[in-house]
Write a protein that binds this ligand. Structure first.
Ligand SMILES: Cc1ncc(COP(=O)(O)O)c(C=O)c1O
Length: 362
């Protein structure tokens, strides 16, 4: 069916554009001699993960145990859970998953390391661990250099863990204003991580992985000598934010939401998709997405089911009943709002896929 015949709102993924994004990022990793461990929180869909692995990715990254379980059921057997796990139920599930997959976990405290070690030791196992390092985001992470080195000293002898290396997520680069700034932060990300790894090695401790990456920085941080792995996620679809952060062009955006114009006034249009469809995340321009082919239309306010579109400038306007495609502000959160998506090729639908790991918040 042609996409313009679909009922709306409808989440669409342009399959060829997505495949091109997968191939391009893989080439970038291969050329730099690093592994690509994509973050699957963006697509939350085992079928897309298979395509990433087929292209050459080595393992996956997830944020949640629930995502890990879905991806494992879908065939993933090398999984980094990039989240400090806490509580007995999670330890139980982690060790259960570790029976079925090569699982590694990131953490930034002695407490989390101890809990994982205790749970693993009780089952006669070891769980692979990355120490997370903060290079500027100010979220999870021991301080780079001495802070991370000191934490590794504290945990490396714990019997139930296998210290594999260090990782970081340079999410602060989303605040950068220019490509030059992003490049500079990406180099700093890579260099601080390699220097931190070297400090740990100076203690005689093996550091096998130096894992970095966000979508804006991955292609630059991958170039830093000593980095072993990159973990971008959003690159698989890209979005309005990624275009405005210089990570891609509009033509690389594989994810769109098809919507219908339901109200037309001289100053505004209303579309049939609100925060329940597009999420409440905005792009760096303060807008909730980009209306493809209509640069003078600005989605500036959302209600739950309505997108309020400001007409800012001259140009053709769609009429009531016309359909438009929106490139969302943030692809990952949009996937979490939908049960399934339709894959398209040359504007025709080619299949429907369930977003199996949506809603897996535990
Ligand atoms: C730990 C970690 N690694 C990798 C990524 C992927 O980054 P991006 O969304 O920029 O592709 C994220 C994103 O939130 C993350 O939290």
């Amino acid at each position: 069916m042609h996409k313009l015949e679909l009922d709306t709102p409808q989440l669409l993924i342009d399959w060829d554009v997505m495949q091109r994004n997968i191939t391009t990022m893989q080439k970038c990793a291969d050329n730099a001699g690093v592994k690509l461990r994509p973050h699957t929180k963006t697509h939350k869909t085992p079928r897309i993960s298979h395509l990433q692995q087929k292209a050459g990715a080595k393992g996956i990254t997830v944020a949640k145990l629930g995502e890990a379980e879905v991806m494992n059921a879908g065939g993933a057997d090398d999984i980094l859970i990039a989240f400090p796990l806490q509580g007995a139920p999670k330890m139980e599930r982690l060790l259960h998953l570790a029976e079925r997959a090569n699982v590694r976990v990131s953490l930034d405290s002695r407490k989390v390391a101890q809990d994982i070690s205790d749970a693993a030791q009780a089952r006669g196992k070891k769980v692979g661990v990355y120490v997370e390092v903060d290079v500027g985001l100010g979220r999870v992470g021991a301080a780079h250099h001495e802070g991370a080195r000191d934490l590794v000293r504290e945990i490396v002898e714990l019997p139930g863990i296998d210290f594999l290396g260090v990782m970081t997520h340079a999410g602060h680069t989303y605040k950068a204003k220019t490509l030059e700034e992003i490049k500079q932060l990406a180099h700093q990300e890579g260099e601080w991580m390699v220097e931190t790894a070297d400090m740990i090695r100076a203690d005689g401790i093996q550091v096998r992985e130096v894992s970095v990456g966000s979508t804006p920085t991955a292609r630059f941080a991958a170039q830093v000598n000593g980095v072993t792995e990159i973990r971008p996620g959003t690159y698989v679809f890209y979005d309005t934010t990624q275009v405005l952060k210089f990570a891609c062009d509009w033509a690389d955006c594989a994810q769109t939401v098809l919507a219908t114009v339901v109200v037309k006034h001289p100053d505004r249009l209303i579309l049939d998709c609100g925060s329940k469809t597009l999420s409440s995340d905005t792009a760096p321009n303060g807008l909730y997405g980009t209306v493809k082919g209509f640069p003078h239309l600005e989605i500036w306010r959302l209600s739950e089911e309505h997108a309020n579109v400001r007409i800012n400038g001259d140009g053709p306007l769609p009429n009531i009943g016309d359909k438009v495609e929106i490139i969302p502000a943030h692809a990952c959160v949009v996937m979490n709002l939908h049960d399934s998506f339709l894959a398209t090729r040359n504007d025709e639908t080619i299949g429907e896929f369930e977003i199996q790991a949506r809603g897996k918040i535990r």
